[in-house]
Each structure stands twice: as C-alpha cells, then as structure tokens.
Design a protein around this ligand. Structure first.
Ligand code: SF4
Ligand code: SF4
Length: 295
C-alpha cells in the first residue's frame, strides 16, 4: 500500500508525519520503504541513522542541435509548446532547463538534426536505515527547473525497490503544493494523508492540495498539526467536504526545537505517537474496506 503525505504548503509538518509513520511501522516489524519525493528540498534523511547503499543519476533525454544536419526551416520552434527552442535564421538554441523531453522537435525535424541525448537532472540515493527500513531520497540538481521528472523517477525506483524486497508498505513524503510534482508523488498512491496547520494560509493551501487529491479520486484524511484553539475554519471545511480529521497535534515548541536539531525520537512526543496510531488505524480500515470492495 502506498501512502502519500501531502500538504498545501511547506513547513506544516509533512516530513515529521512521514518519518514518524515509517519509524513506527518499522518498530512494529512492518517492513517499509520511505521515499523523500520533495526533490527540491529533501530533508527526511536528516532524521534517520542510515547507510548509503547506492546512488544513481536522474536522467532525462533532451535534444542536441546538429548544425551539420540543420536546414534552418524553423519548424522545431513551432513544435515546442514549452518555448525550449529558438530557431534563428542561422542558428538553433535549445534551452535544456525548459525542455519537457516530449520528443516532438526531435521526431518531427525533417533532417533529424535534433537527436535526443541523456542529460543529468539529479540523483536518487538509496539507504538502509537503522531500525530496518529502506529509505530513498530524490534530489534535483541546483539550477534544474522541472522537479516532476525527478519525483517520478524517485517514486518509480521506490516502488521497484519495494517489489524487489517484497515490502508491503511505502510512505511518500510528497513535495508541498498542488502542482505537477505533488501530483506525480501521489498519483500511484492508495491513500493520501493531508497535513495542514490551522491558519488562513494553511487553509487556503490545503484547499488547493485537497482539490488535487479529489480530482485524482484518492481516499484522504486530514491531520491538523500545530493545533491551537481559536481557528475553526479548517474544521468547517473538512466537515463540509467530509474529510475525516484523524489526528490533531497541538503546537509544541519542544517538538519544533527537536525538529530543528534533526532529532525526531517519536516516542518522546505522546501526541505525535497518538497521531501516528490514528493514521495506522485509518490506513488499516481503508485496506480492509478496499479488500472487501474487491470481493
Ligand atoms: S526543425 Fe530541424 S532542420 Fe528545421 S530548424 Fe529545427 S533543427 Fe533545423
Ligand atoms: S523535446 Fe519537446 S519540450 Fe524539449 S525542446 Fe523538443 S519540443 Fe520542446
């Protein structure tokens, strides 16, 4: 079962939940793969004692202009929907950072003057973690613009690893937001845990993330982090959309300090432990119900 931990904006506790859930599952003898898909700013690894097993490159294919073959027809610029090619009267410029590797220019160039060549965009590192689980970290290289491809490659590598090792549970720490990268992270998930903080910004961005989840028809539940009295709009929205609120973690400066030091010893924070238990119960119910539905 793949569970994505998603939030509308950064800094609401998504990584805290993802890492804690994986740690608690591993403690309960559940084998688990945790993947940090927040490739522009991966930080789940900070909270894990881990040993690197291997690093592979994230590769995409992008066109490389062959001056000797070009007849300067200018068609490649018209074919590109992403403004990644400028065809000048006597020169063609490819902007690799804007290229989405769609192959249109390469396939349609009349003289095959734009062969697609491999191009590094980042890396995927695979670790063995103390406590018995597998951790993958996707990391986009500095200067690269398109995170979704790196997310997709890390996600698929995590799924392959789980299949290879016979691991049943995968926990994805998704990129924050509601753009392509977040969609790539959660699109293969069986369930989504939305994490939000009870503030006007938190609600606004959570609504966007929820819309993404709903449009992709994923079962989802809400965890309210940094909870404090006085702001009920997030509850009202959840009730109106029938999103179950499965956990509330009160604002705790000690937890925030521990997080800032890279120390997430889940057992030291009873509210966090109880939130993780609730998530596990919700996931177990979902798993049973979906099996029932398949009969
Ligand atoms: S489509 Fe091919 S031949 Fe035409 S300008 Fe582009 S690279 Fe040159
Ligand atoms: S591969 Fe697609 S996105 Fe990239 S430059 Fe060619 S047409 Fe544009």
């Amino acid at each position: 079962m793949i569970v994505s931990i998603l939030s509308g904006k950064g800094g609401v506790g998504k990584t805290t939940i993802a890492v804690s859930l994986a740690k608690v599952m591993a403690k309960q003898q559940e084998t688990v793969v945790l993947a940090d898909l927040d490739v522009e700013e991966p930080n789940a690894g900070i909270f894990l004692k881990k040993q690197l097993r291997e690093t592979i490159e994230g590769i995409v294919y992008r066109p490389q202009w062959r001056e000797d073959l070009c007849m300067y027809c200018g068609k490649c610029q018209k074919y590109c929907n992403f403004n990644a090619i400028a065809a000048l009267p006597n020169y063609v410029i490819v902007f690799p950072e804007l290229c989405h590797s769609c192959y249109a220019c390469s396939d349609l160039c009349p003289t095959s003057a734009l062969p697609m060549l491999p191009y590094r965009i980042g890396s995927i590192s695979l670790f063995r973690v103390e406590g018995g689980f597998v951790f993958l970290e996707g990391r986009l290289d500095v200067g690269q613009e398109i995170a979704s491809t790196m997310v997709k490659q890390t996600r698929d590598r995590a799924i392959q690893e789980a299949e290879r090792e016979g691991i049943r549970w995968l926990v994805f720490d998704a990129p924050p937001g509601a753009a392509c990268a977040s969609r790539e992270a959660m699109i293969k998930s069986s369930a989504v845990i939305l994490v939000a903080e009870p503030t006007p910004f938190g609600l606004h961005d959570m609504k966007l993330a929820y819309r993404l989840v709903r449009e992709n028809e994923k079962p989802c539940a809400l965890v309210i982090n940094k909870d404090s009295p006085g702001y009920n709009e997030i509850d009202e929205f959840a009730h109106s959309e029938k999103i179950p609120i499965i956990a509330r973690i009160p604002y705790d400066p000690v937890l925030a300090q521990a997080y800032s030091k890279g120390d997430l010893s889940t057992s030291a924070f009873p509210e966090l432990v109880s939130a993780i238990r609730n998530i596990e119960t919700w996931l177990a119910d979902l798993s049973v119900n979906s099996k029932g539905g398949q009969k």
